[in-house]
Design a protein around this ligand. Structure first.
Ligand SMILES: [Zn+2]
Ligand SMILES: [Zn+2]
Length: 237
């Protein structure tokens, strides 16, 4: 598994908004600016065929209109979007706002499939979609990828909840929300990560969606099983 950290920051930082590219073709979230982030890393957004969305805040899906418009003009028009049911309406709405005269045409040209299932497969990965707790934003999901008895998780935006613990227990690597210095009802904080990294020492926590002060503090703390990634970094498992 090749995981490229395209973005590791919260919206209000110079770092890219949190998203990941797996094996060069599967994106977890597609935030504002995602196409530009990819181009800067010399990655063609059209090489992506699977997009897993965690929830419908703009910093997790607002670049989809640009991706869809461009992808519809290429030879390989196959895309599958994995999300909750309201995704179809929301993506159409922002697409038509972005390109009032042409979105409908390109949306029709694209071979776009939606997948709302809780368990599905992409290539050799068994993927599980789990509910997490992101305050009033419901539903919000995390994903676990499993292959050859090894699991890697992505929490999306979430406060500390039972499914985050389940993911920490199961996964070798967990790419997880650590936005804040102190966790609240919407996002995890360093206090939550200190708890998780002690209770689940076999899991490596790759923190993400970081505010700048959280990133600095985590670097000072140097916790053994917490990895603070830079945008563009690759993790090979
Ligand atoms: Zn959010
Ligand atoms: Zn967010």
């Amino acid at each position: 598994m090749n995981i490229r950290i395209i973005g590791s920051g919260s919206m209000w930082t110079k770092n890219n908004s949190a998203c990941y590219l797996i094996d060069g073709k599967i994106m977890v979230d597609f935030p504002n600016g995602a196409c530009k982030y990819l181009y800067r890393l010399n990655i063609d957004p059209n090489s992506i065929n699977h997009i897993l969305l965690t929830h419908f805040h703009g910093d997790h899906y607002f670049d989809l209109p640009f991706y869809i418009l461009n992808k519809a003009k290429t030879e390989n028009k196959n895309v599958t979007l994995y999300c909750s049911k309201e995704g179809k309406t929301k993506i159409n709405k922002i697409g038509n706002l972005a390109f009032p005269n042409s979105f409908k045409k390109y949306y029709k040209l694209l071979h776009l499939k939606y997948n709302f299932k809780e368990n599905f497969k992409i290539d050799d990965y068994e993927i599980q979609k789990l509910l997490v707790d992101h305050g009033n934003m419901k539903p919000a999901y995390g994903y676990i990828f499993s292959k050859d008895n090894q699991s890697v998780g992505f929490t999306g935006d979430s406060s500390l909840c039972s499914n985050i613990e389940a993911m920490s227990k199961k996964c070798k690597y967990l790419f997880c929300d650590c936005t804040r210095l102190e966790g609240n009802s919407k996002h995890q904080g360093i206090d939550n990560l200190q708890y998780l990294s002690t209770k689940y020492p076999d899991c490596i926590f790759v923190v993400s969606h970081l505010e700048d002060e959280t990133r600095e503090k985590l670097k000072e703390l140097k916790i053994k099983n917490i990895l603070i990634p830079e945008d563009g970094q690759t993790i090979i498992l």
